[in-house]
Write a protein that binds this ligand. Sequence first.
Ligand code: FDA
Length: 392
Amino acid sequence: MRKLDVLIIGAGAAGLMCAIEAAKRGRRVLVIDHARKPAEKIRISGGGRCNFTNLHCSPANFLSQNPRFHISALKRYTQQDFLTLVEKHRIPWHEKTLGQLFCNDSAQNIIDMLLTELSDAGGKIQLETSVISIDKPDDQFKVVTNHEDIQTHSLVIATGGPSIPKMGATGFGYEIANRFGIGVIPTRAALVPLTFSDANKDLCKRLAGVSVDAIVSFGKTSFQEGLLFTHRGLSGPSILQISSYWQEGKPITVNLSPSQDAFQAFKAARIATPKQDLKTALGQLLPNRLADELSKEYKLVGRLADLSDKILKKAGDAINSWQLTPVGTEGNRTAEVTIGGIDTKELSSKTLEANKVPGLYFIGEVVDVTGHLGGFNFQWAWASGHAAGQAV
Ligand code: FDA
């Protein structure tokens, strides 16, 4: 029987950060993962360059049933702390937009940095290791893996959410929670493209590849970023962001021309160029392909001089407040994260330890804390991993 102070299941962003911090404190630490390589989601993140944090990270960038839960961990390990670590390892980085920090070269730089920190601190990692059973017969945990039996004082669940199953993602963390009677907030895919089944699906298909800057809203929540038409529906940062808020059966509103009031622009054009066709006027606000398709779809045609305010208002609304109801999302196959997870009521916000089960910790994406797009999810992984790493 191998004896440990800390066993961490999941060698992703949160698990590795927790392992580093615990090992630095002199704890005997092992991280296990069933995958062949560690931190696969870091490797593919940010288009291969890892958007590792965000300069403007604040608690408002996260969704959770308890919007105050994540404040403590994020305060104690900030975006600046992670940036200091990146700079210590001389990893070249840049700010892309909206405070999003990326590696200049490769996300592998971040993985190598974490593995170097772990081995320097004396922590160990073992891959291709699956958990067969977990028990807590006394004040310690007994974990049986496909390699050995392990006895540990602290057990940290850092197995992430079920998005991108082909990368090794599972719902393992929720099973462990159930096993110990710990509540789980229902989960669903987030930061994910939206799909359509009606005429809008065909419209999106015809426009596949077209992108615009847009404001996408659901209820009182709005994001202004890029929007991309795809063969199945809508994607791009603004759509991924709103997918975390969207509720089934309800419409989203898209402003395809955020800097212009289209109705006012058409009225002005009717005075300046009365012979102009509405379709041409649309083309002055939108990419030509998009203007063409919207004009066909909503019959936005005719000489401006012949069109009433009512018709121009309808055309303006099609651009500035286009309402459309998604039928669903692309699901876990492509989602960047999972909304929901371990109920934060069950955890200490300071240490991430389960209230009911001393010694059991949940960190990272498996917890019901989900960040906006832009480096926030990794910042939560670093911060929650760091918080538990100080306590285990
Ligand atoms: P993570 O998923 O990273 O790690 C969990 C680990 O547990 C994995 O190594 C897995 O193999 C292992 N595991 C799972 N089940 C197991 C089991 N039963 N037994 C043993 N091991 C098990 N975020 C961001 O801030 N910036 C970005 O640029 C991106 N980009 C991005 C792109 C794509 C395509 C995706 C899918 C996601 C992102 N994200 C992101 C989100 C980010 O990747 C995510 O929030 C973090 O990786 C979560 O870190 P965790 O450590 O919690 O889980």
